[in-house]
Design a binder for this molecule. Structure first.
Ligand code: HPA
Ligand code: ZN
Length: 341
């Protein structure tokens, strides 16, 4: 391990952009398919991994939704969530805000309660045994209608104790934020924290519209905001967090390679950037691999890395007191001499 990756490995951090369905590793996918007597999406792990070559967001989503079909029982959602939380805790993630896509499951006849109970049990157990805290963010699939999304929101209001936020994911192209204006208005009225994917395959205008029409608390990805200097200024002034996912962006060809990623430029502009793994089973790494890949390609400094971790706690849905506890631990870690020095 290099000095840098060693420092990243020990760094206390929060993960704020993580789709639980995107943590379905090929080996678990095959195991669950067998357990549930479902058709195998892929005959073996090697074939699954070979299929993970994407040209864009849609080619990824096609495989991602197909693979989720192996998730059927409460135990499946429990196993999936616990496996992610164990991995995250091993990477010194102290707090994780987890997206889930209920519409990908209810459309197949899986009850909303099955998904939520399985996830919640894993979160409770991981908190008790590993000390990692969690929040759940229910994502609305933007390729479906606002009316269908609204039905999910009504379901979520019955589970408010377990669901903290509402997000928006799936195909950005052709599904603008304006399509979900009423849903976000209602979600805000219900007291959910709000986030939405924007400026991933969409443009800076999509980020601007997400801010202006949906009144989100943060933006997921948002990397295309850099094409609009006035928007960058507004995001900095309003301290809107952006949950950036470098390995995802390279895999889905938002950037040609990691050297071309604009993360460093975003930090230099003063944007409130956090670093996350998005769909780690598909994009080649969990949060620490994202930190390391970005840090090496973009020559991030130790203080850039610490700032990303600081931002992750500040941008989270934790209370002020909880944030402070994590930030103190982080400051203590950052003060220690870098490993190898
Ligand atoms: N973008 C949009 N939708 C998604 C993603 C993503 O990166 N991952 C899972 N659903
Ligand atoms: Zn995402």
């Amino acid at each position: 391990m290099t000095t840098l990756s060693c420092f990243i490995a020990g760094l206390p951090k929060a993960e704020l952009h993580l789709h639980i369905e995107g943590t379905l590793e090929p080996a678990m996918m095959l195991r669950l398919a067998e357990r549930n007597r479902q058709p195998q999406p892929f005959p073996d792990v090697e074939t699954a991994e070979k299929a993970y070559r994407f040209n864009d967001l849609q080619s990824f989503l096609d495989i991602y939704y197909r693979s989720t079909e192996v998730l059927v029982t409460e135990e499946d959602f429990y196993d999936l969530t616990l496996a992610y939380l164990e991995k995250a805790a091993s990477q010194n993630v102290r707090h994780a805000e987890i997206f889930f896509d209920p519409q990908a499951h209810t459309a197949r006849g899986i009850a909303f309660a099955t998904v939520l109970r399985g996830m919640e049990q894993a979160c409770t157990q991981a908190h008790r045994q590993l000390g990692i805290s969690t929040r759940l963010i229910m994502c609305i699939l933007r390729h479906l209608s606002e009316q269908e999304g609204m039905a999910m929101l009504h379901e979520a209001t019955r589970w408010k104790r377990w669901i903290t936020g509402i997000g928006l994911d799936s195909s950005e192209r052709g599904n603008p934020p304006s399509k979900f204006r009423n849903l976000y208005r209602e979600a805000r009225r219900e007291g959910f924290l709000l986030t939405a994917h924007a400026g991933e395959e969409g443009t800076a205008a999509s980020v601007k519209e997400t801010l202006d029409l949906l009144h989100v608390d943060r933006i997921d990805h948002g990397v295309r905001c850099m094409d609009d200097p006035a928007l960058v200024e507004e995001l900095v002034r309003r301290a809107v967090p952006l949950t950036v996912c470098p390995l995802s962006n390279v895999k889905l060809r938002v950037f040609g390679n990691m050297q071309e990623h604009n993360l460093k430029a975003m930090l230099e502009k003063g944007l409130h950037v956090t670093l996350n793994s998005d769909d780690p089973a598909y994009f080649g790494g969990y949060v620490n691999e994202n930190f390391t890949a970005a840090a090496e390609a973009l020559e991030l400094s130790f203080s850039d890395i610490v700032r990303l971790a600081e931002n992750s706690f500040n941008a989270s849905m934790l209370s002020i007191v909880q944030k402070k506890i994590h930030l103190l631990e982080l400051a203590d870690y950052a003060r220690r001499p870098a490993p190898g020095n």
